[in-house]
Design a protein around this ligand. Structure first.
Ligand code: MSP
Length: 538
């Protein structure tokens, strides 16, 4: 689970976070989506040679988790311990998530620091006591504005529903502590203005802008009707509101008030990856809390869209949660990691579909990519006894491949590394794979092989070297998405030990032509992506 940053060890780390997930149930596809995105983004930056820190974790306090535990007849702590150890952490290991840390909000390293942060705000006069009555959604753990609610129908007729969970809200009336959020509207707007890339994508930014422009209400930051939470330091009748507790994980996990050196070398996050359902917490409340405490603001908040099932957000409470293991047992972990980022533009909603997954798997992974790898290895085996020949007769066709690679690397690096647009980055990489397939079809090495003349042998060597060298680069570019198959391809190209371990390869160097040494031993291993009918359980 632990990965270390590579490259320069000085300066601030590139710090990426996922939301910390509620442990009211086992993870489903929607949770895995954001986590895989975070893993790919951090692996990409590691391959750029940057020092990287990738944080994920679990959000364990609050009414939502408490009620689930009560319904199961166990204490909330027991419930969380079991789920985290038996469901969440094992799934991330299974999906090859290389997080550097996993924070649980019930850990002392977190709760102590949360109390200190809130005490600090209190001492600064940012918190006061007041009363509030309003509609509350336990699913969101949030007071709703009356204008946002939906009118219930059927069994919920006459009730008002949360627009996300489609469940009746509860009217809560409490005497609470409040954070002076209303005073931050102008400062937030100034920040959005000065940093147009702060909220991504554009529709998410627009939503936040229009929300904040209407003015902000102060935020209730404590609860007194239940006690599953971090006690308010100056009043233990109250626990800290679960969202304030949760947001602070991004600071407490990296040394806030504990290890200044680590904190300065990591905080703030460069990218907070979140789902669009929790945008306001990250783009409004979180920066306001940081401003209030004089801490630096994150670089970017990047919201992914919803995975939909039947047009609704996939969720366990709607009984539409799909377990990632259902997918990996059939298609493998690599295809799982690749598919959602390939099929859906990051930031937009998308429907999960088994048919689409099967079709893309077959056409792009098994046919375009996997077949290319096995054909090239087979031909080097057949025509050169598995020893990669040198290219000695580069012509226009080869130069077009070299240019195609350089273009693919630059485009993928910009789209994935800079813009957090995975789909466009993958498009560039797979366009290159298509180009190499086209090159082989045109060059017809199997025909060239029929001629024994020295010119024909040189031509054959050049075509096969060009294809193998292209695959070397593709293995590097796809490694953040599909670590296991890239590794197998790398080994089959015989690049190791001549080129060193795949994990140490730099994105920037992927496009430098000629890095795969002639003389490497090329072996044809098992198919990178077996045909679906050949997979167990098909
Ligand atoms: N605990 C809060 C987050 C606190 S962060 C300081 C929370 N947890 S959650 O378990 O509900 O998970 C939220 C995240 O899971 C979403 O923001 C999103 O990233 C991911 N997703 C959950 N369901 C999803 C979909 N159906 N589609 C896409 N992403 C989804 O909110």
């Amino acid at each position: 689970m632990v990965a270390t940053g590579s490259g320069t060890q000085s300066g601030k780390a590139f710090y990426v976070t996922t939301p910390i997930y509620y442990v009211n149930d086992a993870p489903h596809l929607g949770h895995a989506y954001t986590t895989v995105a975070g893993d790919v983004l951090t692996r990409w930056h590691r391959q750029r040679g940057e020092r990287v820190w990738f944080l994920t974790g679990t959000d364990e306090h609050g009414q939502k988790v408490l009620r689930t535990a009560e319904s199961k007849g166990v204490s909330p702590q027991e419930w969380c311990d079991k789920l985290v150890e038996e469901a969440w952490k094992p799934l991330w290991r299974h999906l090859e998530i290389a997080n550097d840390d996993f924070l649980r909000t019930t850990e002392k390293r977190h709760t102590d620091r949360v109390r200190e942060f809130v005490q600090d705000l209190y001492d600064k006069g940012e918190i006061y006591k007041g009363g509030y009555e309003g509609p509350y959604c336990v699913g969101c753990e949030e007071y709703k504005l009356p204008g946002e609610l939906l009118e219930g129908t059927g069994e919920n007729a006459g009730k008002q529903l949360c627009p996300i969970h489609k469940r009746p809200v509860e009217i809560l009336k409490e005497e609470n502590y409040f954070f002076r959020l209303s005073e931050y509207a102008d400062k937030l707007l100034a920040h959005y203005e000065a940093n147009p890339g702060f909220i991504q994508p554009e529709p998410a930014r627009n939503e936040v802008l229009s929300f904040v422009r209407q003015g902000l209400q102060d935020l209730s930051i404590s609860r007194s009707t239940f006690d599953w939470g971090v006690p308010v330091p100056w009043d233990d009748e109250h626990v800290i509101y679960v969202w304030v507790d949760a947001l602070l994980n991004y600071a407490t996990a990296v040394g806030y008030n504990q290890n200044q050196e680590t904190f300065d070398a990591t905080f703030p996050a460069d990218v907070h990856l979140i789902g669009k359902d929790i945008l306001r917490f990250h783009a409004v409340i979180w920066p306001a809390l940081l401003m209030a405490n004089g801490l630096p603001l994150p670089g970017r908040v990047v919201a992914n869209g919803w995975l939909l099932v039947g047009g609704e957000k996939m969720s366990k409470s709607n009984l539409t949660g799909i377990s990632p293991r259902q997918i990996t047992s059939h298609f493998g972990v690599d295809a799982f990691r690749w598919y959602l980022l390939r099929a859906i533009a990051y930031g937009q909603d998308g429907s999960f579909s088994w048919e689409d997954l099967a079709a893309r798997y077959t056409s792009e992974l098994a046919n375009d990519y996997g077949n290319l790898a096995s054909r090239v290895a087979a031909m080097v085996g057949k025509y050169f006894d598995g020893v990669l020949p040198a290219a000695s007769a580069d012509g226009d066709a080869e130069r077009a491949v070299h240019d195609g690679l350089a273009k693919a690397v630059a485009e993928a690096d910009r789209k994935i590394g800079d813009d957090v647009e995975f789909q466009a980055g993958l498009q560039a990489i797979f366009d290159f794979v298509k180009q190499v397939n086209g090159y082989i079809s045109e060059q017809e090495p199997w025909k060239v092989a029929k001629d024994d003349s020295p010119q024909a042998r040189a031509r054959l060597a050049t075509v096969l070297y060009t294809a193998a060298e292209s695959l070397r680069a593709v293995a590097v570019l796809l490694h953040p998405f599909m670590p296991a198959s890239s590794q197998r391809l790398w080994e089959s190209l015989g690049a190791e030990p001549a080129l060193g371990p795949l994990a140490g390869q730099r994105v920037q160097e992927a496009g430098q032509w000629g890095r795969l040494p002639a003389g490497s031993t090329v072996t044809k291993g098992a198919a990178l992506f077996p045909r679906l009918e050949e997979q167990p359980g098909a």
